[in-house]
Design a protein around this ligand. Structure first.
Ligand SMILES: CSC[C@H]1O[C@H](OP(=O)(O)O)[C@H](O)[C@@H]1O
Length: 356
């Protein structure tokens, strides 16, 4: 299921707000259409948001050239900087958005002697490369994750996952679902329990759909069933995605993940995170510093007559929560498995890998 396609100078996005009922597409020809698509979760998932934003900056660059084909490089760069900040504000928690925009603006700022047109062509190549890189990043971390899980048993595994960290959240096979797909290829999945993930139902609408379309055994559960499923269904591991991982391994992910990590701990079930290195934000020491997006209360107020009757109900709608690193057994990345994440192991991991 292609999340996005760059075609003839437009970004075509699969509108995930319509899934699984309809496959509808949004064709973005202007940067603010990409920003809006990120905001309404037409495109969503940390890595996918980053790649989409990079393409959004390419659309911005072409718009600047179209509006003024004699634009000076300094004016062009100043305008891109301004637009980059507006794109970055689309959603605050997934660091991949900020990471991708930083990559783009670093390229721009290293090309001050070039023409606006030359910079635009480089940005287009960079966005395309970012999308292709995410495909291979997903494959690499999925392989590391599957190999890690298979160290501990030779029987097919029962996995619980939360939200959607699949092909619909990335440019490739997914992060958490990438690991599950790699296990399935080795005939090592007995069952995947997918939390529906209220309020926007990424688990029900997206994860269940992805796994069913791949022929991977999946059972949809409501979020409040996770404890009972862990207690009665022989769950071997929990695997989730991530939106931002701080220097000590605290991890922001979809609301409800923190609770699942506590349940996993109580049931002595290993809890794993699958995420690319670009999801780490080492400028933050702990999870208390992660900005947590709060969304429209109507998302919680259900639909139809129930929503109308609840219009005066006060609502708290954080889109993410933070799982403390102590609850995480390992983080699967494209550079390998980061065991027992904490500030020491993370610092050592990145030094060994000569990254960041
Ligand atoms: C592969 S990261 C996916 C990550 O993003 C999701 O959030 P949203 O659907 O709001 O973009 C969720 O936290 C997933 O784990």
């Amino acid at each position: 299921m292609d999340t996005m396609r760059w075609k003839d100078g437009s970004l075509i996005l699969l509108d995930q707000t319509k899934l699984p009922v309809k496959m509808m597409y949004i064709t973005c020809t202007r940067w603010n259409e990409v920003r809006d698509a990120i905001r309404i979760l037409a495109v969503r998932g940390a890595p996918a948001i980053g790649v989409a934003a990079a393409y959004g900056m390419v659309l911005a660059a072409y718009e600047l050239l179209k509006n003024n084909h004699t634009i000076t490089t300094s004016d062009y760069i100043a305008d891109l900087q301004r637009i980059s900040k507006k794109m970055d504000a689309a959603r605050p928690t997934a660091v991949n958005l900020h990471w991708a925009l930083s990559q783009v603006m670093t390229t721009v700022n290293h090309m001050t002697a070039a023409t606006a047109w030359e910079i635009t062509k480089v940005l287009e190549k960079q966005a395309i490369a970012m999308q292709h890189e995410d495909v291979s990043i997903n494959t690499a971390l999925s392989t590391y994750g599957a190999d890690e899980l298979l160290k501990y048993t030779n029987k097919p595994l029962t996995i619980l996952t939360h939200c959607n960290a699949g092909a619909l959240a990335t440019a490739g096979v997914g992060t958490a679902l990438g690991v599950i797909r790699a296990l399935h290829k080795k005939n090592r999945i007995r069952m995947v329990y997918a939390d529906e993930t209220r309020p926007l139902l990424q688990g029900a609408r997206l994860t269940a759909t992805e796994l069913m379309s791949d022929g991977i055994p999946v059972t949809l559960i409501t979020d409040n069933m996770a404890a009972w499923v862990m207690k009665t269904k022989g769950v071997d591991a929990v695997i989730v995605g991530a939106d931002r991982i701080t220097g000590n391994g605290d991890t922001a992910n979809k609301i409800g993940t923190y609770g699942v990590s506590l349940l996993a701990r109580a049931h002595h079930i290993p809890f794993y995170v699958a995420a690319p290195v670009s999801t780490f934000d080492l400028t933050l020491k702990t999870g208390t510093e992660i900005p947590i997006e709060e969304r429209n209360p109507d998302e919680v107020r259900c639909i139809g007559e129930v929503a109308i009757s609840l219009k005066n109900a006060s609502v708290f709608n954080p889109a993410f929560d933070v799982t403390p690193h102590e609850n995480i057994k390992a983080i699967f990345t494209e550079l390998g498995v980061l065991q027992n994440p904490d500030s020491y192991t993370i610092s050592k991991f990145f030094k060994q890998k000569e990254v960041l």
